[in-house]
Ligand binder design. Structure first.
Ligand SMILES: Nc1ncnc2c1ncn2[C@@H]1O[C@H](COP(=O)(O)OP(=O)(O)OP(=O)(O)O)[C@@H](O)[C@H]1O
Length: 343
C-alpha cells in the first residue's frame, strides 16, 4: 500500500552536505503498525517526513495507493496529504485555542460547516476519551491529554495513515502505555496504518507488528520483532535489545562492594537469548551447582519460545561454588558481568 522506493536525501548547509537518507526502500502494508528505530541522527525523522513529502526526497518514489507522491502537483499533493495524519513529540497544539478548537482546525481549514464540525469533533473527543475537556486550553492539560488532542486533530480528516514522530518520548511510562493503547485501538477500530519512530523497545513490543532499523541513512533490516532480533549481532539491534539499563535496587546498591570479601555474595547480570533460556540458566545455577540464588531483577522479553534480555542474580553459594558457576557461564559463552558483591 505504501511503497518507499530508493529514497535518498542530502541536506546542504553552507559548504557542507550531509546524506541523511541513502537509497531506502520499504513497503508498508495496509493495517500495519511499523516502528522505525535507529540511533540519533540515523535519518528516522527525515524518512517519516518524506512519506507525506514534508521533506522532498532528491531521488526515489513514494507510491501510496498507486500514486507517486513525488510527482504530484502541489494542489493534488495538498489534497492527498489531508488523508495522512501526523503527531509529534511536543504535540504542536495551538495554545490560544481550546481542545475543541484545536481538533476542529483541520475541518475549519477545509471549510466544513459548523454542524458537521461539531458532530465530528465530538466523535473524536469520544475516541480519545476527552469529552470533558472540550473547553479547556492546552496549558491546563497533562502531556498524555495533549497528545490525545493531537491524535484527535490528526484523525479529523479520516486519514488512512498516521505518522508518529517520537509521539511518546515526552511521556512517562504509564502515559506512554495509554497512548500506545489508543494508537492500537485506532489501528484496529478505524483500520488506520501507523508508521512510528521510537527509541523505546517497549513501544515496539507493545504495538508494532513490523520494525525497520535504519543506520546512517540506510535501511539495515525490516521484519517482525522476532526476525529483527535474529540480527542481534548488529550494534543497533544489540543496543536496542539491551537498552534497558539494569539498575541495581537502591538498598543493595548502597552496600555494594567492588571486590569480593568474606560473607559477601556476587551480583551477576546474565544475558538470556535464544541460546540460553531463563529456565536453563537457573537450572545451571541450582541443579548443576546447587547454589541458592536470589533473582534481584529480570528484564526479559518472550517472543514465541525464545527469550531475550537480562537477569540480575545474586549467587548465594560458597565462594568456590559461585566461582565455578561463573566459570561455567564464561566457558559456555553465556554473557555475564559481575556487578559487585553484597551480603
Ligand atoms: N533541514 C535539515 N538541514 C540540514 N541537516 C538536516 C536537516 N534535517 C536533518 N538534518 C540532518 O540529517 C540527519 C538525520 O536527521 P534526522 O532528524 O532524520 O535523524 P533522526 O534519526 O530522526 O534523529 P533523532 O533520533 O535524534 O531525532 C542529521 O544528521 C541531521 O542533522
Amino acid at each position: 500500500m505504501i511503497e518507499i522506493k530508493n529514497i535518498s536525501k542530502t541536506f546542504h548547509q553552507k559548504k557542507q552536505s550531509f546524506k541523511a537518507l541513502d537509497q531506502i526502500s520499504l513497503n508498508i502494508e495496509k493495517g500495519d503498525i511499523v516502528g522505525i528505530i535507529g540511533f540519533s541522527g540515523a535519518g528516522k525523522s527525515t524518512l517519516i517526513r518524506t512519506v507525506n513529502l514534508l521533506e522532498k526526497p532528491d531521488e526515489g518514489e513514494i507510491i501510496i495507493n498507486g500514486k507517486d507522491f513525488t510527482r504530484l502537483k502541489s494542489r493534488e499533493l495538498a489534497k492527498e496529504r489531508k488523508k495522512i495524519g501526523m503527531i509529534f513529540q511536543h504535540f504542536n497544539l495551538l495554545s490560544s485555542r481550546t481542545v475543541f478548537e484545536n481538533i476542529a482546525l483541520p475541518l475549519e481549514l477545509d471549510r466544513a460547516d459548523k454542524t458537521a464540525i461539531h458532530k465530528k469533533v465530538n466523535e473524536l473527543l469520544k475516541i480519545v476519551g476527552l469529552e470533558d475537556k472540550a473547553n479547556d486550553y492546552p496549558k491546563s492539560l497533562s502531556g498524555g491529554q495533549k497528545q490525545r488532542v493531537a491524535i484527535a486533530r490528526a484523525l479529523a480528516n479520516d486519514p488512512y495513515l498516521l505518522l508518529c514522530d517520537e509521539a511518546t518520548s515526552a511521556l512517562d511510562p504509564a502515559t506512554t502505555l495509554s497512548i500506545l493503547q489508543l494508537l492500537r485501538d485506532i489501528n484496529q477500530r478505524l483500520g488506520i496504518t501507523i508508521l512510528l519512530i521510537t527509541h523505546e523497545m517497549e513501544v515496539i513490543r507493545t504495538v508494532c507488528n513490523h520494525v525497520a532499523v535504519i543506520d546512517k541513512g540506510k535501511l539495515i533490516t525490516k521484519g517482525t520483532l522476532r526476525e529483527i532480533i535474529s540480527h542481534k549481532d548488529h550494534p543497533i539491534i544489540k543496543q536496542f535489545i539491551n537498552s534497558g539499563v539494569m539498575n541495581i535496587p537502591q538498598e543493595l546498591n548502597k552496600k555494594l562492594q567492588k571486590e569480593p570479601q568474606d560473607g559477601l555474595f556476587p551480583l551477576i547480570e546474565v544475558e538470556v537469548n535464544e541460546d540460553i533460556s531463563v529456565e536453563e540458566l537457573l537450572s545451571i545455577v541450582y541443579d548443576k551447582y546447587k547454589i541458592p540464588y536470589k533473582i534481584l531483577k529480570a528484564d526479559v522479553e518472550y517472543l514465541g519460545d525464545a527469550n531475550f534480555g537480562k537477569l540480575l542474580l545474586q549467587l548465594q553459594g560458597d565462594e568456590e561454588e559461585n566461582q565455578q558457576a561463573i566459570y561455567y557461564l564464561n566457558q559456555n559463552k553465556i554473557q555475564n558481568r559481575v556487578r559487585g558483591y553484597a551480603q
